[in-house]
Design a protein around this ligand. Structure first.
Ligand SMILES: [Zn+2]
Length: 271
């Protein structure tokens, strides 16, 4: 599943090709994505210029002269910039044709993605309005996490994976961050002190930043904007390593499911 680093990598990959370009037309071959592509989308975006690109959580934002296109990659989506005449393959559900001979193509075999034009301010859109702060932005730190534990009793791992608390901490990155911070994934979130939350916030930032620098840690389906597969797993210290020695102390790494999600931890280093 594309996670925040993959979305950020995609954003950085496509921005130079799209920013400032006019849209010739939109061609939708398959409307049945997670939310169907509305029938008037082609008309809304035609002839508009792309003024800026951005990201909020795992949504890519294409700011147009009128309104904004929200793109979500769902479970298996990818975006590429190609020559307009490149023939579409199976699962290539839509093309945004740009002036100058290129197109932005969305491939999404499992069709959990989204491509929606909205006239609203994106931050007020129902899909974005409830999202917590960006983990790499200025509003996220140890005090923020610590203060949000009041009245909550859940384990720390689902706590930090809640997008209304903070966006973009997917399962892989939650595991890695908790390992780096020395915090056991099942520890109740209200039984962790402020200092440890500062360590955890720093770990989340470090893990995400390093994944972005590597071009996104990812699963097999992910394809970079240039068509090459994303990097996988080499830098992950704990995720997927059941039974291997902990890089900190050598104890075998354990696996445990927490709320249906695979959790990996060192029983000695994480308390
Ligand atoms: Zn250990």
């Amino acid at each position: 599943m594309p996670e925040l680093p993959e979305v950020e990598t995609t954003l950085r990959g496509i921005t130079p090709h799209l920013c400032g370009k006019g849209i010739d037309r939109l061609v939708v071959r398959e409307r049945r994505l997670r939310w169907p592509v509305p029938a008037d989308t082609e008309r809304q975006v035609r002839g508009q210029r792309i003024l800026a690109l951005g990201r909020r959580g795992k949504y890519l934002l294409l700011e147009l002269e009128q309104g904004t296109i929200l793109v979500h990659l769902g479970m298996s989506g990818s975006l590429r910039v190609l020559a307009s005449h490149s023939p579409p393959a199976k699962h290539d559900h839509l093309d945004l044709y740009l002036q100058g001979g290129q197109c932005l193509r969305l491939r999404d075999p499992r069709r959990f993605g989204a491509f929606l034009w909205t006239p609203e301010e994106p931050k007020n859109h129902p899909l974005l309005a409830h999202l917590g702060p960006e983990p790499l932005g200025p509003d996220f730190d140890g005090d923020y996490l610590y203060e949000r534990t009041h009245g909550r009793r859940c384990a720390v791992k689902p706590f930090i994976m809640d997008a209304s608390l903070v966006v973009g901490v997917g399962n892989i990155y939650a595991n890695e961050s908790l390992f780096r911070a020395g915090i056991h994934p099942t520890r109740p979130c209200h039984r962790i002190g402020r200092t440890r939350y500062w360590r955890l916030a720093a770990a989340i930032r470090a893990v995400l930043t390093s994944a972005i620098e590597q071009g996104g840690t990812s699963l097999r389906e992910f394809v970079r904007d240039d068509g090459r597969p994303g990097y996988f797993a080499r830098s992950l210290q704990i995720y997927g390593r059941t039974g291997e020695p902990c890089p900190g102390c050598g104890a075998p790494i354990r696996h445990h499911r927490i709320r249906q999600r695979s959790s990996f931890y060192c029983p000695r280093c994480q308390k």
